[in-house]
Design a protein around this ligand. Structure first.
Ligand SMILES: [Zn+2]
Ligand SMILES: [Zn+2]
Length: 927
């Protein structure tokens, strides 16, 4: 068998190590890490995949898994805000490989939590005789072509298009119809989007998810494609390029996806020189990079690559004005087939679905700097059996590759040097068996290899953890029974949750220095019930929402354009309605309306008439109603990004349910917010006279009827009504109604101020509105929201200025996220040799990054230092978990502080049109 003498030597070493582990820690040569110390450490820093590995592996050695497994399970679920299901969902649309790695690692070492839900049986266990038959059956292979994807229909695009021929950009005619498509007219605007998106994702993550770890996806892809984007290059891009598109066959960017970039260039010589220079500099900075040349469909290409795929760039110029850069030969072939219109190559720009969407979002509209499109065939491919099962195998392999890294680090920790081979890892019992055997085999038949640095591993089939081979390059023809069964379960669930039609996703993107704007459309056929219900309550010609004056302390607005005319008609309250006709009506609907007319809106008819409510509704007030939250130091700290993240998280597991659920949950959150903050409601006034008349009638009514004082059981009820003179302007009077239950008194304040009718829970809100009304100049028209039917707006500018608690909250999130990183870095530090401290900081960061496949960073720009004694890691800003500090707000110079300062407001709006539901998100910045 394998190198017996080495095994014996190792066995002796292991015996010594194990012996030492169970004894009291010794000084000097002993490098073991006692299991109980590891478990104590794990409690302090649960979010450390390496530490989890060490705990499991040491327990495996000591046959103590029964005790340790639940502790690691708890660490995994504790360490993720909002909790994480113990079973890794390999078919979820939104979880990346990184997120499930911890669970998979646990499954491999300790056995799956529930074997039915997640057993990778395509990696057969040692056969047990009684199970031999079943085992055999489970390994029988099924052609993947026999598996069916979700049975969801396509829209009738041809009919919807109805012969229209909208303009299609030339780049849309260069990509396959089952690829995603992102097109920009200006390269620097695209870069702005990618970079800002990156920044936001990074910092919101540290606040909402509590993580300060980055996979540096954009930087990795740029390096792989050999494309440089420094700011000095931007003028060049904008001068030479009039269109740029990004396309590919899947969205697993974090793990390794095929990405192809197309440049449309009216000045080709400029672009050619620059792109060639990028390839040269990639060659220079990677000594192991090689250049090869070849031809695809008669088109010359140059390929520069390194063995680990860190650089893997194909460059081609299929037309004089078109440059293509890809990180995948297969993807390049597909794109070149589209560019050259090969027979059978279906192009996105030719499809009737794309043309239809271009009738809704016309090419070249002023609101369009960029356009992103996920087509029906693309989404179909993404949820199809080939993509899902290829990715499933790749994720299982990714976990093994990460385990090789953890195992190698454990070896280094215990032996003071890197391992020389995978066998050495197995012999030293640093991994639960031999890689490439039994449970530790690549599910797709690849072979695992330890890299020359003795720190990371790779798979001959799937590549390296930081740049896995894209799924489109991994052929899959047959699958196991288990894989087929799991996919069938996924399809069943998908068909249940998804809607009747596949909805393509189209985003129209605008990038201005002061505003980002993204607009999308939800086609009306998908879910008629929600659509009709919304169109009934909200509707009519869209109006600019949120147009009334806004006090400085208003930080949240939810506004609706009510379909007032329609609703008044339904309730038989519209002017011109004839009561005589009502009486003669026979059908049940009208009878209901008749009952409602006797007690309109739940009020007795005589009160209704006395207050003249019909005139008020028809002529006095406008079509809108808005709810506003007012700033005050809240008694409880609510982390709003986290709340939003939590709400989204609720929907993410069930694709298609998100949008409906989000809208559904919003009203539930408002009363909670109302308890924490003062609230007011505003309605625009159309006729001041009618509204004032109504208020006077209401005064008389309340003065006469509402003065009640009684005692039921032990509680005393008392109501109260009076007028309050404004302190700001004595001509203004506020109406106050009070209701007392025993010791608790609730008050409501209302007034017409200018062209608004307001109802508030605190008098200072009305005072602020009076002050605004008298102030000159009045609010500018462009400060109102977009014309729409529904809107919510977060005035982050107001919030940041006024809510120190929130700044404190951000700073706290930053500190927590930063300190989460100390654990993994300290674990890696243990594995470093006790040599010189010089240069160790860099080595530490590099090593942690390589083994754990993320970059650890401090959100406030601190750096992680090794303490002078070489035993611990500290953040220069936040200290260590045992001795941590922060300031009352994010550091002035930090990216978070800058982002928060620049952020002015978020506005999300919804417009109901015949063609669909248009949703728009605007982010206003201070330029
Ligand atoms: Zn593999
Ligand atoms: Zn820090």
């Amino acid at each position: 068998m394998r190198r017996m003498p080495a095994t014996i030597v190792c066995a002796v070493v292991i015996a010594a190590v194990l012996g030492a582990a169970s004894d009291a820690p010794q000084q000097g040569t002993n490098r073991s890490w006692p299991l109980d110390d590891v478990l104590t450490q794990l409690q302090a820093s649960p979010r450390d995949p390496f530490l989890q590995y060490v705990a499991l592996q040491l327990a495996w050695r000591k046959k103590d898994l029964a005790r340790v497994q639940p502790l690691v399970e708890k660490a995994i679920s504790d360490s993720h805000r909002g909790g994480r299901a113990r079973d890794a969902d390999l078919f979820s649309l939104f979880t990346g490989a990184l997120a499930v790695q911890e669970s998979l690692q646990l499954d491999v070492i300790a056995g799956p939590a529930s074997s039915a839900a997640f057993d990778p049986p395509d990696i057969p266990r040692a056969p047990v005789r009684a199970d031999a038959h079943r085992e055999q059956h489970a390994r029988e292979l099924i052609p993947i072509s026999t598996l069916g994807g979700p049975t969801v229909k396509s829209h009738p695009w041809e009919a919807m298009l109805a012969g229209r021929k909208p303009a299609i950009s030339p780049l849309a005619l260069c990509v396959p119809d089952d690829f995603y498509f992102l097109e920009f007219r200006s390269a620097s605007k695209l870069l702005d989007l990618l970079e800002q998106g990156d920044l936001w994702a990074t910092h919101l993550a540290s606040h909402a998810v509590g993580e300060a770890r980055s996979q540096r996806i954009r930087q990795r892809l740029q390096m792989q494609l050999a494309i440089e984007t420094s700011t000095v290059l931007r003028p060049f891009y904008d001068l030479a390029i009039d269109g740029v598109a990004i396309t590919g066959s899947d969205l697993a960017f974090a793990e390794g996806a095929d990405v192809t970039i197309l440049f449309h260039a009216p000045k080709p010589e400029l672009v050619k020189n620059r792109l060639d220079a990028f390839l040269k500099s990639a060659l220079q900075s990677h000594p192991d990079a090689r250049t090869t040349n070849g031809k695809i469909l008669g088109i010359d290409f140059t390929h520069v690559s390194t063995p680990d795929r860190a650089v893997h760039a194909f460059a081609a110029q299929p037309r004089s004005d078109l440059f293509v850069r890809s990180n995948s030969r297969i993807a390049l072939e597909r794109v070149l087939a589209a560019v050259t219109s090969q027979p059978g190559a279906r192009r996105l720009g030719d499809s009737s679905e794309f043309a239809y969407v271009r009738t809704l979002f016309p090419t070249g509209a002023p609101q369009e700097d960029g356009f992103a499109y996920l087509s029906d065939p693309f989404i179909r491919h993404l949820v199809g059996p080939v993509a899902k099962l290829t990715e499933r195998r790749r994720v299982l392999c990714y976990n093994h590759i990460r385990m090789i890294g953890h195992s190698a680090l454990l070896y280094r920790l215990e032996h003071g040097r890197p391992p020389k081979s995978l066998d050495e890892l197995a012999d030293s019992r640093c991994c639960p068996g031999n890689f490439n055997a039994d449970r530790l085999r690549c599910p797709d038949g690849g072979t695992y290899v330890l890299d020359a640095d003795g720190l990371t591993g790779h798979c001959t089939h799937h590549g390296h953890a930081q740049s896995l081979v894209p799924d489109c390059e991994i052929p899959l023809s047959t699958v196991t029974q288990t894989e087929a069964g799991q996919y069938a379960d996924f399809v069943k669930e998908y068909n249940q949750y998804w809607r009747t039609f596949f909805d393509p996703i189209a985003l129209r993107i605008q990038i201005r220095p002061d505003r980002y704007r993204v607009e999308t459309v939800i086609l009306p056929l998908i879910d008629n019930s929600i659509y009709t219900a919304m169109a009934r309550v909200l509707g009519g010609t869209p109006e600019p929402l949120d147009a009334l004056p806004v006090p400085k302390r208003n930080f949240f607005t939810l506004a609706f354009r009510i379909n007032k005319l329609q609703l008044l008609k339904e309730f038989e309250l519209a002017d011109g309605g004839n009561p005589a006709q009502l009486a003669s009506a026979r059908n049940a609907d009208t009878a209901l309306a008749l009952r409602q007319a006797n007690a309109p809106l739940g009020l007795p008819a005589e009160v209704f008439d006395k207050l003249n409510i019909r005139t008020l509704l028809n002529e006095g007030v406008g079509n809108q109603i808005a709810f506003h939250l007012y700033d005050s130091p809240p008694p409880i700290d609510v982390n709003v990004p986290m709340l939003a993240g939590w709400m989204l998280g609720q929907g993410v597991g069930h694709p298609g349910a998100e949008s409906g659920r989000m809208i559904g949950e919003l009203p539930a959150i408002l009363p909670i917010a109302g308890l924490l903050h003062p609230v007011y409601v505003s309605v625009p006034v159309r006729n001041r006279g009618i509204v004032d008349d109504f208020l006077n009638r209401l005064d008389r009514f309340l003065a006469a009827e509402a003065r009640v004082h009684r005692r039921d059981w032990f509680i005393e009820y008392a109501s109260d009504f009076y007028k309050l003179t404004s302190a700001v302007n004595s001509k203004e009077k506020f109406r106050v109604a009070g209701l007392r239950f025993g010791p608790i008194k609730v008050r409501l304040f209302w007034a017409r101020i200018g062209d608004g009718l307001y109802l508030a829970t605190q008098p200072f809100i009305l005072e602020d509105l009076v002050a605004l009304e008298t102030q000159q100049p009045p609010r500018k028209a462009e400060e109102a929201g977009p014309a729409a039917h529904g809107l919510f707006r977060i005035r982050a500018g107001h919030w940041n200025e006024l809510l120190p608690a929130d700044r404190l909250g951000w700073a706290e999130s930053n500190r927590e996220a930063c300190l989460q990183n100390i654990g993994p870095l300290s674990s890696v530090l243990r594995a470093l040799s006790t040599g010189e401290i010089e240069g160790r900081q860099k080595q530490l960061a590099d090593m942690a990054g390589q083994v754990m496949d993320v970059e650890f960073y401090c959100p406030e720009g601190g750096h992680y230092d090794v303490t002078p004694d070489g035993r611990a890691v500290r953040c220069s800003v936040h200290g260590s978990p045992a001795d941590s500090y922060q300031s009352d707000r994010p550091a002035e110079g930090s990216e978070v502080a800058r982002l928060m300062r620049n952020l002015n407001q978020f506005t999300a709006s919804l417009t109901i049109q015949r063609d669909g539901l248009f949703a728009c998100l605007e982010i206003d910045r201070k330029p």
